[in-house]
Design a protein around this ligand. Sequence first.
Ligand SMILES: Cc1cc2nc3c(=O)[nH]c(=O)nc-3n(C[C@H](O)[C@H](O)[C@H](O)COP(=O)(O)OP(=O)(O)OC[C@H]3O[C@@H](n4cnc5c(N)ncnc54)[C@H](O)[C@@H]3O)c2cc1C
Length: 462
Amino acid sequence: MVPSTLMSANLLGELAAVLPPEGVVTDADVLESHRRDQASWAEAGMPRVLVRPGSTQEVQAVLRVASAHRVPVVARGAGSGLTGGANAVEGGIVLSLSRMNRILELDRRGLFAVVQPGVINAAVKAAAAEHGLWYSPDPASWEFSSIGGNLATNAGGLCCVKYGVTGDSVLGLEAVLADGSVVRTGGRTHKNVAGYDLTRLFVGSEGTLGIITEATLRLRPRPPPATTLVASFPTLVAAGAAVTEIMTGTRPSLLELMDRATVRAVEAHRPMGLDVDAAALLLARSDAGGDQGVAECARMAAACESAGATFIAQSGDEAEGELLMGARRLAYPALERQGSTLLDDVGVPLSRIVDLLAAVERIAEQRGVLIGTFGHAGDGNMHPTLVFDRNDPDAVARAQAAFDDILRVVDEMGGTITGEHGVGMLKRPYLARQLGPESTRIHMAIKATLDPLGILNPGKLL
Ligand SMILES: Cc1cc2nc3c(=O)[nH]c(=O)nc-3n(C[C@H](O)[C@H](O)[C@H](O)COP(=O)(O)OP(=O)(O)OC[C@H]3O[C@@H](n4cnc5c(N)ncnc54)[C@H](O)[C@@H]3O)c2cc1C
């Protein structure tokens, strides 16, 4: 058997031989800053080395070395994940895509862009806007999360209620497999049904099947300026009823909910004059434009009114609308300032959104835990966020029990343990229950085929 220090020296030497000097980092402070994502609750190991390849060929070379040494490799985008998905494995390699951050091509008439994975979502939006186009996926982290991370988690966002999640805006991918081979999937066409949908297989695979090294993204014409509607409700359940009503009668371009605890946290963090006494606020948007936009907003306002809204206002002013969206994007960071957090990302069928909100309120009361609930109500995808004192073992136990309770009721409602953040480490213990034995077996078989040594992001997802 080779002594581990010798193996480690060989590993570092071999990586140094295939990467430029700035591509191999062993500085302890830098390793520390690349150990974990934003899920403070998930475990993280100390990596042996951080590699920063600058091309697909360098990613291939890293994976060949890792395979030869059987060393775990954790892909890292911007590290904004909320499940521990990018957390390092003890003694392993963290592979940062941050140097692969170029937009390679933008075809205005073909409505697509070819990008490297380390490009920040906002940069793709900005490049598309220069051509009068739009890249629609907009996780609340769009200003700092990477396209590779968005693809690997199949990130959702605020406008996916109308335009779909990240996976709905990807036409093709390039990925490097664990053995260093390269696979190209899909293409540049907006329709493509040739063979199994391997693009979709890599989307949402959380770095467990391959490293995404290039993506062809779908662009769209920019929609007309949006009208934003805000409504306050006396109960959470009334707000949920408005959501169901809106979704069955209109096509909002955004439909977000924040409960009282969340609104208060946002106001405490950055005062904006939001209604802190309402049980819930709904933010809705129509980007249909013209008469259709006016009619859509009128129907959404009527739905809020019939569900019992106590206040409804509309604005076509872009700056005002952005201010409200800014409040919504602050929801999680604001709750994080109130204590330790455990963030759920559950999804239920739209017909069960009222039941979900009622169940979360009940669980908060039964377990004596503060839960701030916000999220993409129009998708049935909510983020009940448990806020507690990490230094109080009783509070930690009650928060963990409430987290489990929420996942159990969601399962009973035919919902999902994750609507957009991914499984990562936090939801891993609950995945098999949702998938069932056959689907779990197929997952394992796919993993074993693409990553037979199990070096890609072990301990995550499966
Ligand atoms: C304030 C805030 C708001 C957020 N809002 C949303 C939201 O609205 N919707 C939403 O879906 N998420 C949201 N998130 C979560 C997070 O931003 C997303 O999951 C995002 O897609 C992660 O991108 P990243 O570049 O930071 O990836 P990372 O956190 O670095 O990685 C995420 C996962 O992808 C893998 N990965 C990264 N790059 C690659 C690659 N090139 N190839 C293969 N695997 C790779 C990693 O191994 C890991 O498993 C939010 C996070 C924060 C902090």
